[in-house]
Write a protein that binds this ligand. Structure first.
Ligand SMILES: [Zn+2]
Length: 263
């Protein structure tokens, strides 16, 4: 299937604008002055600059000079407050952003760029790893995981499994659809990551089955639950390290080769 090849910053931004413009808008009454596109791009701009007070800073700049970077870089027509962004976007399931991951990834494939990442028997290396993207000792929500310290203190945090395609000597990584770690996934780092990795396989193995991919993971993934989950997907192992797309199989030989995948 032919997909649009994204080349410029503006083309990527337009993709994001289209996706967030399709988000369900639950606002009512007079609370509709900002478009969903501006709210979504306002949130993106915060993460892009890694500055939590970016919007307040932009507003100050705008008042001072008339034109802000938020408008020129991200094509924001209006600049919503960070509170308004949170209230509007919090109910949106993160999976609604997956079309952005898919479009960028497929665009790279359509442009022939995947070849730059192929290695190890001509496969693509998908590295699985978990990462925190927010934590606090005081502020928490129902979606927070919780780390209880021996001192009695607690750290509340959000984390996700963030699969990326990597290759030796390749300075860039290609992000694939993430899987969010939820409180029900467990209390230890290994329990949480394995549960999320199992879910990622269940939700995405068929989607990425044509890639001819090798999964990479640290010692956390040397776990029978993860190996078992591999056996139940369209990914199976044809050698001790590579996972190639073959018909669904749960044969003993496949499971044994998957176990061998653990170093
Ligand atoms: Zn939370």
């Amino acid at each position: 299937m032919s997909v649009k090849i994204l080349k410029t910053w503006d083309e990527h931004l337009e993709l994001l604008r289209q996706v967030v413009g399709g988000f369900t808008d639950r606002r009512t009454g007079d609370n509709l002055s900002y478009s969903m596109e501006d709210i979504g791009l306002g949130a993106f701009s915060v993460f892009f600059t890694q500055c939590p007070s970016f919007l307040a800073h932009q507003k100050t700049m705008q008042q001072a000079k008339g034109q802000s970077n938020a408008q020129s870089l991200f094509h924001l027509e209006e600049i919503p407050s960070d509170n308004h962004i949170r209230q509007t976007l919090d109910p949106i399931p993160p999976q609604k952003l997956f079309p952005c991951y898919d479009a960028v990834f497929e665009s790279l494939g359509q442009g022939g760029h995947w070849q730059s990442w192929r290695t190890l028997q001509d496969t693509l290396l998908i590295a699985l790893d978990g990462t925190w993207y927010g934590s606090s000792k005081k502020i928490h929500c129902p979606n927070c995981s919780c780390l209880e310290h021996k001192s009695g203190d607690k750290t509340y945090y959000h984390s996700a499994l963030t699969p990326v395609i990597v290759a030796p000597g390749q300075p860039h990584a290609i992000p694939l659809r993430p899987e969010f770690i939820i409180p029900q996934d467990g209390h230890t780092k290994q329990d949480c990551e394995i549960a999320a990795a199992k879910r990622w396989l269940e939700n995405n193995a068929a989607h990425y089955a044509d890639l001819k991919a090798t999964l990479l993971g640290d010692d956390i993934y040397c776990h029978h639950l993860f190996a078992g989950a591999l056996c139940c997907t369209v990914f199976t192992s044809s050698s001790s390290a590579s996972l190639s797309p073959t018909p669904r199989s749960t044969t003993g030989s496949t499971c044994s080769s998957v176990r061998n995948w653990a170093p």
